[in-house]
Design a protein around this ligand. Structure first.
Ligand code: PLP
Length: 387
């Protein structure tokens, strides 16, 4: 096999654009110097629109999970009643973080592959008025579901005083996010998914209402105390040494998004999702999620008459194409394709084409090009509908 080939189509980490790679190789600078201050000042106004907020977005050096943990320790304290919507492995992680801090966790478990219905959240809150915060994933990466955050946030605010906290790690930067308009109180994302960077930074946007809770919250915390990050960011600084190389990369990532246009970035993800789904429909391979609940950043297929793990192994060995498997009880049952961040319709066509070859090699009776053609047709239609 051609060496140094790695077609990374897993739902994070995602590939890095060359210009971001180059930006990250800049020599180190002093984190208390004027250059870092100016860098943060340039980044600030460009990061907020990605979240759809007027608030400054806090930057913590740490993986996405540190952002989730920060969201928990800042908005709640031991003994508080919180509702965690669990639509997959990452909702489950949110629940486990809450349990670690001895919150009184109410789990709303939804069948994996489905999105949560706002009505259920509404009923739960009406029966449990003591709930102080509601935690939900936006894109549930383990299934490829996009939860209806706007609607959930509405029912939360109409039926309770709870804060709405959202894990947007695998979609913010690739999917429309309107934090202020939707009334989301804390929105978290990570660097290695739709933001086109390596892992290592987490971004957190906080509403005014959430700040009131955070300022008063007695929960012990140090590195993840958001008050520190807010105070520092107001001075264009960070409380601790930031991952500076990642910040160099972030500035370039935001420049790329700005040049393409945020609306176009979101549209590109939408098109990639539709192309991928149409391809597997044409190949008669079941999808895990419905069209109405599918995420533009990741698609899960449910193999019935072939071994998904064998397919993953095959395309990895032969073409360097890396796909993801299932998590927890979906392990070995689904194959997940990431199409987020530095990924285009051209990449989707390549992925489908290689998967068709892999399927044939496994002995599955597929007509070569059938999935690719469906993706191509879909691309053309999408192009027309956008004009
Ligand atoms: C990737 C991911 C995370 C964070 O994972 P880290 O490995 O800590 O960066 C959290 N939530 C979702 C939905 C994710 O996809």
């Amino acid at each position: 096999m051609l060496q140094d080939t790695n077609i990374l189509r897993i739902p994070g980490p995602s590939p890095i654009p060359p210009s971001i790679q180059r930006a990250m190789s800049q020599p180190m600078i002093g984190h208390r110097g004027i250059e870092t201050k100016e860098l943060l000042q340039r980044i600030k106004p460009k990061l907020s629109p990605v979240f759809g907020t007027e608030q400054d977005v806090l930057i913590i050096t740490g993986s996405g999970t540190s952002g989730l943990e920060a969201a928990v320790v800042n908005t709640a304290q031991a003994g508080d009643d919180v509702l965690v919507i669990v639509t997959g492995a990452f909702g489950d992680r949110f629940a486990k973080i809450c349990e670690s801090y001895q919150l009184n966790v109410h789990r709303l478990d939804i069948t994996w592959g489905d999105a949560v219905q706002p009505e259920i959240v509404k009923d739960y809150l009406k029966n449990n008025p003591q709930i102080k915060a509601v935690f939900s994933t936006y894109c549930e990466t383990s299934t490829g579901v996009l939860n209806p955050i706007r609607e959930i946030s509405n029912v939360v605010h109409e039926n309770s005083k709870a804060l709405m906290v959202v894990d947007g790690v695998s979609c913010v930067g690739g999917v429309e996010t309107k934090m202020d308009e939707w009334g989301v109180d804390v929105f978290v994302t990570g660097s290695q998914k739709a933001m086109m960077l390596p892992a290592g930074l987490t971004f957190i946007a906080v509403s005014e209402r959430a700040w009131e809770v955070i300022e008063e919250n007695q929960q012990p915390r140090f590195y993840l105390d958001l008050n520190k990050y807010r105070k520092s960011l107001n001075e264009a600084s960070t409380p601790f040494t930031p991952g500076l190389s990642l910040l160099f990369g972030l500035e370039q990532a935001l420049a790329l998004m700005e040049k393409e246009g945020l609306a176009q970035v979101f549209q590109r993800h939408q098109i990639m999702m539709e192309m991928t789904r149409n391809a597997f429909k044409a190949l008669d391979i079941p999808l895990l999620t419905s069209d109405a609940t599918a995420s533009p950043t990741v698609t899960a297929i449910q193999p019935e008459d072939f071994d998904g793990e064998m397919l993953r192994k095959q395309v990895k060995q032969e073409f360097g194409l890396e796909l993801a498997g299932g998590q927890q009880h979906l392990k070995g049952k689904i194959v997940r394709i990431g199409h987020m961040g530095y990924c285009s319709p051209a990449d989707v066509i390549q992925t489908i084409g290689l998967m068709e070859l892999g399927l044939r090699k496994l002995g599955k009776d597929v007509t070569l090009g059938q999935g690719v053609a469906a993706a191509q047709e879909c691309y053309l239609k999408q192009e027309v509908s956008q004009q």
